[in-house]
Design a protein around this ligand. Structure first.
Ligand SMILES: Nc1ncnc2c1ncn2[C@@H]1O[C@H](COP(=O)(O)OP(=O)(O)OP(=O)(O)O)[C@@H](O)[C@H]1O
Length: 343
């Protein structure tokens, strides 16, 4: 067992390597810290699941990576290393070359990425022409091929339609086509299927994973759905109250969570063997950003904490290979593991 400073948890061969990221946002009441020393990495072609309840900072981490937060009302600290560059200190023109070309994002609501006043074909062409030297005709043909690749029947016709002419599932496919048309190295998928009907959710996930596999794109997959993470991701991290509290290979974390919060999330997954109507949930709520508990942020909700735990300063870590590494922000994880917290 080895105790490492958070900055050293960074992996050597990562595609994306976030080190001690902090984010503060300004609202009517002033500045508030939203992310606190977030460290995580995504390796090439890997699918990383990011889980946690609403308000834990998953989307803010994604928006920080792409620097999509309003600069006057947000402050970033730490490092977001991607392709040898620290995105935290990149200029807006450098970010414009990265967004859509090297890192893309898809959202729960496709209309936040699609412009209602242009045809979907035109919008994909624009993305291509922003990053590649293509004439209009070549761009149009590649846009049609992209629509075809996401399983849209009659792509030539669909390219001439406006987003409002399409169903929710079709819009989601168009957004995926647009996000992957430049074959980015990283796709951030923030709850990409939550708004869709369950049968369509599975189709869209299959499509996304198949395309990413073909283009060699890594995915940072943000979701509340731990079942989906178990089925699709290689590694996962759990976020709680603006911090990463656990990370490791999905199969290991699911088989033996080390943080009581991850264990609680896993116990909240519907289980067909459990009596109906008895789905357990974690008591209490995510603390408000302006009233963070002293010491461990999960302490007030932790059923294993008999007295307030001190602030876990560092993440315990192990694993010979980077890929096996487990991280946990809990001072008592070994003792709790012996008591079968994750069982
Ligand atoms: N403009 C803002 N000013 C201050 N705080 C904000 C602002 N926008 C978001 N927050 C807060 O940032 C925190 C993290 O939010 P975030 O959207 O990243 O959570 P999340 O884990 O992605 O939740 P969800 O799963 O619901 O998307 C929340 O407490 C949220 O209230």
């Amino acid at each position: 067992m080895q105790q490492l400073a958070e900055t050293m948890v960074a992996s050597q061969d990562a595609l994306l390597d976030i080190q001690n990221l902090t984010l503060s946002l300004r609202d009517q009441s002033g500045w508030v810290e939203v992310l606190n020393n977030v460290s995580l990495s995504v390796k090439p072609k890997e699918i990383l699941g990011v889980v946690g309840e609403s308000g834990c900072g998953k989307s803010m981490t994604a928006l920080s990576i792409l620097r999509l937060l309003p600069p006057r009302d947000s402050r970033l600290g730490g490092k977001i290393m991607f392709g040898g560059q620290n995105l935290v200190s990149c200029s807006e023109s450098q970010m414009n070359r990265i967004r859509g070309r090297h890192i893309s994002m898809i959202f729960q609501e496709p209309m936040s990425a699609l412009d209602p006043v242009f045809t979907v074909g035109y919008q994909i062409e624009e993305t291509l022409q922003r990053h590649f030297k293509l004439d209009r005709r070549e761009a149009a043909e590649r846009a049609i091929a992209a629509l075809d690749s996401v399983g849209i029947a009659s792509p030539r016709h669909v390219a001439t339609l406006y987003p409002m002419n399409l169903s929710g599932g079709m819009r989601q496919r168009v957004m995926i086509a647009m996000a992957l048309v430049c074959e980015p190295r990283l796709l951030i998928a923030d709850e990409p299927t939550t708004a869709l009907d369950v049968t369509i959710q599975a189709q869209i996930m299959d499509l996304l994973l198949g395309l990413a596999d073909r283009t060699g794109t890594a995915i940072m997959f943000i979701t509340h759905n731990l079942g989906l993470v178990a089925q699709t991701c290689h590694r996962m991290v759990t976020m709680y109250a603006g911090q990463v509290v656990e990370g490791g290979p999905v199969r290991d974390v699911i088989a033996g969570p080390r943080h009581p919060y991850t264990a609680g999330l896993l116990h909240s997954i519907p289980d067909s063997n459990r009596a109906r109507g008895t789905l357990p949930s974690i008591a209490g709520r995510v603390p408000s950003l302006r009233h963070m508990p002293k010491g461990c942020r999960f302490g007030p909700r932790c059923s294993y904490s008999t007295q307030p735990c001190e602030l876990p300063q560092s993440i315990e870590s192990e694993g010979i290979e980077d890929i096996d590494r487990r991280e946990v922000r809990c001072n008592r994880w070994e003792e709790l593991a012996l008591r079968g917290v994750g069982a």
